[in-house]
Design a protein around this ligand. Structure first.
Ligand SMILES: *Cc1c(COP(=O)(O)O)cnc(C)c1O
Length: 238
């Protein structure tokens, strides 16, 4: 990257990150959430290691990636930084070992067989892989995630797996416009959490909200919003 390009991407990412932090803080105030109760996960899939380095230099710690090999390549370039890596992509059985070894968090757990593989393959049982179970609400197009009916059994199975800690629930609703419609699936996820939480497994993480609907997610109790485009700009490939 030329010096001029690098300066301008620094400025762009700094401006965007600032705007996203302000949106999160404003939403916390507007919807009566405690200040700082919503964590920002920067979803950097497809974007360069250099962009991640810029955001990390601006104080961002949590980064989300969707493609295992791409993530591992970037992690190697960034291993001088203190970054918490989250896997937010679709889990494939033949990638669970790399996921278990290279990430602190997994957001899209929706299969007990994946859970067992990840648990067995987690290198250090003293630092369990922190997982959110993905729920498919109101027929999202990707079809990823379990239905609300299947969630109690998945939770029961996954919470017994050594090497994993089930932190909460995640959802990725179909895009829609308008705060009220955007809030509906997020409210459903919160209600599911309230029904299933126990003292032993409080499910305190609600991973929901992206660039276009983070306010709705914060309104309904998100503790982690997963933001890509609003920080790094449009993705030039899927
Ligand atoms: C890409 C991605 C995001 C970020 O989406 P934006 O709309 O770019 O903010 C969030 N969550 C998951 C699971 C993703 O794959």
């Amino acid at each position: 990257m030329s010096e001029r390009d690098s300066t301008s991407s620094h400025r762009l990412i700094a401006e965007r990150l600032d705007r996203v932090r302000t949106r999160v803080a404003d939403a916390e105030v507007r919807f009566g959430r405690d200040p700082g109760s919503v964590q920002l996960l920067a979803v950097s899939k497809v974007h360069s290691a250099e962009s991640i380095r810029i955001a990390a230099g601006l104080g961002q710690v949590e980064f989300g990636e969707s493609y295992v090999q791409e993530a591992c390549d970037k992690q190697r370039l960034l291993d001088d930084l203190d970054i918490e890596w989250h896997f937010v992509g679709r889990i494939q059985s033949n990638k669970t070992k790399l996921i278990a070894e290279h990430f602190s968090w997994v957001h899209g757990l929706n299969d007990a067989r994946h859970a067992h593989r990840l648990g067995v393959q987690r290198p250090n049982p003293d630092t369990p892989l922190r997982c959110c179970l993905q729920v498919n609400l109101s027929g999202e197009p990707s079809k990823a995630g379990v239905t609300p009916d299947a969630l109690p059994e998945l939770l029961d199975q996954c919470s017994r797996v050594p090497g994993l800690r089930i932190e909460g629930l995640m959802t990725l609703p179909a895009p829609c416009d308008g705060l009220e419609s955007q809030r509906r699936p997020f409210a459903e996820l919160r209600q599911l959490r309230d029904q299933l939480a126990t003292p032993a497994i409080p499910l305190s993480t609600l991973s929901m909200g992206m660039s276009d609907d983070l306010e709705a997610a914060v309104a309904e109790g998100a503790t982690m919003v997963r933001i890509g485009t609003a920080i790094f700009g449009p993705r030039l490939r899927a």
